[in-house]
Design a protein around this ligand. Structure first.
Ligand SMILES: *Cc1c(COP(=O)(O)O)cnc(C)c1O
Length: 224
């Protein structure tokens, strides 16, 4: 019989247009739930805490592609550098440099996204549009050969007003275009727009998201 997780996963997938990837956000959910999603074919999972991820990554199948989606302290980078597939929430040059250093130490190139702060809540991390422009303009990132900047990530405000959510996603999408044209026009790897969570991924995919990060709608409510 189909498990709840498998059914939820099927429903979320069926709502995604072709070409939009699903990152199943498994933070705070046990490995058994991840395996239910894995058995239903899901291979990309996102976690937000380094230690929790380390425990899960160690025991779960090696073909899982792990994305780090939380705020990452520089002193934690070395722990995930050997295996992380993508670090989605890079919000400073300092962090980018540390990822580069640890990737080099592991002989790899780590994919990253630049996290924008667009939502109205001031508790959320991320670069302001101006700080992101400034960092790209200053150009130090160009020398970092062991990170690959693959696009932009953001969260919309946690509100019911769909119009507001839509306008925040649209702002992120036009910012993506600006940056793509200015700095990554010849780089096909810069192609990801990571937005959309359980309550707003339907809107996100209408606003050019290429990657949605969905947790609750697949695994149920988290118990903190
Ligand atoms: C927890 C989290 C998600 C998933 O949120 P849901 O509402 O459970 O879908 C997505 N992105 C980030 C950055 C998160 O921290």
């Amino acid at each position: 019989m189909e498990t709840d997780v498998a059914r939820n996963l099927r429903e979320v997938r069926s709502a995604l247009p072709e070409g939009v990837r699903l990152v199943a956000i498994s933070k705070f959910h046990p490995s058994e739930c991840i395996m239910e999603a894995y058995d239903a074919g899901q291979r990309v999972f996102g976690e937000s805490r380094e230690q929790e991820l380390a425990v899960k990554a160690k025991s779960l199948p090696k073909d899982i592609e792990w994305h780090f989606i939380g705020h990452l302290q520089t002193n934690k980078v070395k722990h995930i550098a050997p295996y992380i597939a993508m670090i989605e929430a890079v919000d400073s040059l300092k962090l980018l440099k540390e990822i580069n250093r640890q990737a080099e130490a592991n002989n790899r190139v780590i994919k990253v996204l630049l996290e924008l702060h667009i939502a109205e809540e001031d508790t959320k991390y991320g670069l302001s549009l101006d700080d992101c422009r400034k960092m790209l303009e200053e150009g130090e990132w160009r020398a970092l050969d062991h990170v690959c900047i693959c696009g932009i990530m953001m969260m919309a405000s946690n509100v019911d007003d769909e119009g507001q959510i839509r306008s925040e996603f649209s702002l992120a999408a036009s910012f993506f275009d600006e940056v793509k044209q200015k700095y990554f026009a010849d780089d096909d790897r810069f192609c990801e727009r990571s937005w959309g969570m359980s309550h707003d991924y339907h809107v996100a995919v209408q606003c050019r998201s290429t990657m949605v990060r969905v947790g609750t709608a697949i695994f149920g409510e988290r118990e903190y």
